[in-house]
Design a protein. Structure first.
Length: 254
């Protein structure tokens, strides 16, 4: 694999960050400085060092954040807006990246990890990992509108479809619906509602696969449990890898 991908797979940094380190002459393989980001290596055999310090695969870390509204899902924002990393100040988040995104106005469950391989597998459309959202809208949703979200809505030449859409509860003027998606299209639920002339008042992600937001307070972060990690590996078709990782982690701790 390429050297940037190897550094990313080891959980040291992102591929983009790795390319910058390599171009800056800070990375060596088997004692030889490498400055070509396109260089290929055998990750199982090569000894990789950054700034003279040999690196190895980091422990795979997974965290859940209950993202508050108003934060952007990025590490650094050129406009100076608050980011989701402001909620991660009490943990070492240098090598953690979000698994997917939530837009600034959206809230709820956002996963972070340094396990780039599993994260990419979970985001691959082939794995069909569903995400569930609770959405407050500015009207009472009838079954016809919910059926239209499931059958698909064309927006800007793109077919947008919900796996399921159902009514949660209604008030006098607005209501809450539950929407499940297995796609990751930009602003998908908001675009579907806009196409139906419905305003989205709040949008909260409450589940990623079988991982539930639960009662985690807004802005709070917690590590995923072993059971949750095994479930993510299972959903990605990597259950054996997950069990091996859990065993290695327990052995390292003993």
């Amino acid at each position: 694999m390429t050297l940037p991908r190897a550094l990313s797979k080891l959980g040291y940094c992102s591929r983009t960050q790795a390319e910058s380190l390599i171009a800056g002459g800070r990375v060596a393989v088997d004692g030889r400085k490498i400055t070509d980001p396109a260089a290929w290596i055998d990750l199982d055999q090569a000894r990789i060092a950054v700034d003279g310090i040999e690196i190895s695969a980091e422990k795979k870390l997974w965290f859940m954040l209950n993202k508050p509204r108003g934060l952007v899902t990025t590490r650094d924002d050129p406009e100076g807006r608050p980011t989701v990393y402001d909620c991660l100040r009490d943990i070492d988040a240098r090598h953690l990246a979000p698994v997917g995104r939530l837009d600034k106005a959206s809230e709820g469950l956002l996963l972070f990890t340094n396990d780039t391989v599993l994260a990419q597998a979970l985001l691959d459309p082939v794995t069909h990992v569903g995400k569930i959202y609770h959405v407050q809208v500015n009207r009472i949703m009838d079954q016809e509108l919910l059926d239209r979200m499931e059958s698909g809505i064309i927006d800007d030449g793109e077919l947008l479809t919900a796996i399921s859409a159902r009514l949660l509860r209604s008030g006098d003027r607005n209501g809450w619906i539950e929407v499940e998606l297995k796609e990751g299209r930009n602003r998908q639920i908001r675009r579907m509602l806009e196409a139906l002339d419905i305003e989205c008042l709040r949008l909260v992600r409450v589940a990623f696969g079988n991982i539930m937001l639960g009662d985690l307070p807004k802005g709070a972060v917690r590590a995923l449990t072993e059971a949750e990690l095994l479930e993510l590996h299972r959903r990605a078709g990597m259950e054996k890898n997950g069990r091996n990782a859990m065993k290695a982690g327990r052995n390292a701790a003993s």
